[in-house]
Write a protein that binds this ligand. Structure first.
Ligand code: FAD
Ligand code: SF4
Ligand code: SF4
Length: 405
């Protein structure tokens, strides 16, 4: 960061809470505009300027190889594996690999703080981003807040605190903005630990999803769209409720996802050093993508606490994806008995491991491509990255008519 940057920061002012953001209804509330880094919003915001390939080259030393379909799907990577903690952290989203890496980095003095997101006292799903400086603060941020979260709203505190080594945990849209302003933060080293992310919602949208889908919305602690084609809701009493994907009320839920997330093509968090999700791994395991040497350095800190196995891939997703496209467009909802039957059938013969991840990416990218084409036709060409165009290009899409917002 130069003296000129510092002066610019002094002059810029965060937007007031609740005021309209530069990306308008496409804003994913990443938090950048809650800080004086709004000065850089035009080039940083994932919904105003899409420049993933350029940032990949800067951060990982190369952008996706467009001749390699694995790169289209999973981004730049050095290594992938399935892993789970030998001793899982109770109450974590999966086995707590993310929280464990953050704790090791802090306690070994590799970083001075960790940007992560806790929830407010009043509402377990209301995100509250913090810079954690203790193990307890990191653990209090475990488990997904399945809502848009302004993680970058704490960026001003970094420059003010004089911190030089930082770990940021976040999802794709947050990380794209972060990477664009990285050099303006005054850090010596930034580490980025990402999770995949899809179908996120506002707090109000989340309530509608829970009310429409769960038998007991008020006791839901967390949920996940699992590889067995069911949504698993974990309840306060320790029980798990399973609702088949194919039984979801698509018509009711069509508007529930945030416009940002219906326009998002960075499911796999392309710009993180290390990504920890689940969808490329067998059921019960987490999926790890190491994108660069920094990511490997982060993973090495916890390998003695993990069981690992190589990634696998089984089945063929293409037919199922092709059939789901018009069904989603028409808002088809199956009766629950048929949805359960279909879930069991697909789980038996359906895509597994990396092929399941491809299934999920294909289904979401085709849906999102049609959403952008319909609502933001003028943005389509520049906003959809080349790798996503190649993914979508494998399918026959229905004709949609533009209805610009
Ligand atoms: P934990 O140790 O429980 O830590 C979770 C970390 O996530 C915490 O550090 C917290 O700061 C951070 N976090 C929580 N909520 C948010 C948020 N809203 N924004 C930014 N950071 C947050 N993985 C897949 O493979 N496929 C998916 O489709 C998928 N969808 C996801 C959708 C959302 C909205 C989110 C937040 C994550 C999604 N993930 C997905 C990632 C996955 O659910 C787990 O978060 C990941 O595997 C880490 O699990 P863990 O037990 O190691 O995390
Ligand atoms: Fe600002 Fe982030 Fe919203 Fe873009 S997504 S307008 S950078 S808060
Ligand atoms: Fe951001 Fe995309 Fe996740 Fe929405 S789906 S919160 S836009 S990374």
């Amino acid at each position: 960061m130069t003296a000129t940057d510092s002066a610019k920061h002094q002059k810029s002012k965060a937007l007031k809470p609740g005021s309209r953001r530069p990306a308008k209804e496409l804003c994913s509330e990443c938090g950048l505009c809650d800080t004086y880094y709004i000065h850089y919003v035009k080039e940083s915001c994932a919904f105003l300027t899409q420049h993933i390939a350029e940032l990949e080259a800067e951060i990982h030393g190369r952008s996706r190889n467009l001749d390699n379909p694995d790169d289209w799907y999973f981004g730049v990577s050095q290594n992938m594996m399935a892993a789970r903690k030998k001793e899982p952290i109770e109450g974590a989203q999966w086995t707590g690999i993310v929280s464990t890496i953050a704790i090791e980095m802090l306690e070994k003095g590799i970083v001075e703080g960790v940007v992560c997101v806790q929830n407010t006292k009043e509402d377990r799903f209301q995100p509250m981003p913090i810079i954690a400086k203790t193990r307890e603060e990191i653990l209090a941020a475990k488990v997904n807040k399945p809502t848009l979260s302004p993680n970058l709203s704490v960026l001003e505190q970094i420059e003010k605190s004089g911190m030089k080594r930082l770990l940021v945990i976040g999802v794709g849209c947050q990380i794209q903005a972060l990477r664009t302003v990285e050099k303006k933060l005054g850090l010596e080293k930034l580490y980025v630990l990402g999770t995949p992310c899809v179908d996120n919602v506002s707090r109000a949208g989340l309530q509608k999803f829970l009310d429409t889908t769960s038998r007991s919305p008020e006791t839901v602690m967390s949920y996940e769209f699992m590889q067995d084609f069911n949504v698993h809701f974990k309840h306060e009493d320790g029980s798990t409720e399973k609702v088949p994907f194919f039984g979801l009320n698509t018509k009711e839920l069509k508007d529930v996802f945030a416009p940002s997330c219906l326009s998002c093509f960075d499911y796999v968090n392309s710009l993180a050093d290390l990504v920890v999700g689940y969808m490329g791994a067998p059921f019960g395991w987490q999926w790890i993508v190491v994108r660069n040497d920094t990511g490997q350095e982060m993973l090495d800190l916890v390998t003695d606490q993990l069981n690992t196995q190589p990634v696998m891939s089984q089945g063929n997703r293409k037919e199922a994806v092709q059939q789901s496209i018009p069904a989603y467009e028409k808002g088809v909802t199956l009766p629950m008995w048929a949805a359960k039957l279909m879930g069991v059938f697909i789980e038996r013969i359906g895509p597994k491991g990396l092929e399941y991840a491809r299934f999920s990416i294909d289904s979401h990218f085709t849906r999102n491509y049609l959403y952008v084409k319909r609502n933001y036709p003028e943005k389509l060409e520049a906003h959809v990255p080349e790798y996503a165009k190649r993914i979508v290009g494998q399918y026959k899409l229905p004709e949609v008519y533009s209805n610009p917002k």
